[in-house]
Design a protein around this ligand. Sequence first.
Ligand code: S3P
Length: 170
Amino acid sequence: MITGNIFLIGFMGTGKSTAARELKKMLHMECMEMDDMIVERQGMPISQIFQKFGEAFFRDLETGLLVELKGKKNMIVSCGGGAVLRPENIGHMKESGKVVLLSATPQTVYGRVKNSTNRPVLNGNMNVEYIQELMEKRREKYEKAADIVIVTDGKTTGQVCDEIIRALEI
Ligand code: S3P
């Protein structure tokens, strides 16, 4: 039984947003997309936030949102792919819920994000090699933060969500 929040973390293109929307329906819980909330509050797309104010400013907004979420319960939160980069963010997540890591191979990720123009971290580097390199750099942080890990390659959203629910014993 879950009483806190469920945080979906993982690299870009691991299916966090899609799984969060499906879990919302399956579990009748509220859902928050961190990126969407930041975009709505700032009134501009992520690429523009990065361009105008820099990455550190965006990361501060992520931290602020995670602090806010400590006051909420029963929310499914789809985190931005870089939300684990600051150790304090992981602490905020752990204080208010369970952390679910979605994983995928660099090839799978590339297939899912290759047409995206709103992922500044991959600007000019939209290729499998770069994705693999960045994923390796972040791997330890993702794995350290995770309470459970779900591999998403070759699975439908329904299968991924069933596995999450089973693993969390909801
Ligand atoms: C980022 C991932 C993006 C978004 C921003 C930075 C990252 O979220 O927060 O572009 O550093 O991995 P998604 O994982 O939802 O694409």
